[in-house]
Design a protein around this ligand. Structure first.
Ligand SMILES: [Fe+2]
Ligand SMILES: [Fe+2]
Length: 136
């Protein structure tokens, strides 16, 4: 099981980004909890909530990166779009999961996406923020 907990090393140092990320982790924990309780209706609702929040977060982050003229913005936007596609595939997998094992796999996928990709992906611009003095 991939760890859905928040860790300090996820911290980017920009308040709105960190609070968005914390919120995403918290929804992923709700996803995990509802799956464990085999509460499939709530599970679907949490997954939809997660995708809506992820979309909003990506848009906010892209606007910020464009304002500070992050040179690799194009790649980061592409990365976000790929994540949204993967989230959509994971959502469909979740919707078609009728048994415990299927739901388990779908939740694993959602957790993996948020932990392994959203945070590791944002490391891509952390160095730039440091170099430009936006964070210490
Ligand atoms: Fe990002
Ligand atoms: Fe982010």
């Amino acid at each position: 099981m991939v760890d859905p907990e928040w860790h300090d090393f996820y911290e980017i140092g920009i308040d709105f980004i960190d609070s968005d990320h914390r919120e995403l982790v918290s929804i992923v924990k709700d996803i995990e909890r509802t799956e464990k309780n085999t509460d499939y209706k709530d599970l679907q609702n949490n997954i939809i909530k997660f995708i809506v929040k992820a979309r909003e977060h990506f848009a906010r982050e892209e606007l910020f990166l464009s304002e500070i003229q992050f040179p690799d913005l194009k790649n980061h936007i592409q990365f976000h779009n790929e994540l949204l596609n993967k989230l959509d595939i994971a959502k469909r997998l979740c919707e078609s999961s009728t048994d415990e094992q299927g739901a388990d796999q779908c939740v694993e996928k959602m957790i993996h996406l948020v932990v392994e990709e959203i945070f590791k992906g944002d490391i891509a611009f952390k160095g730039f923020l440091e170099d430009e003095g936006y964070i210490q």
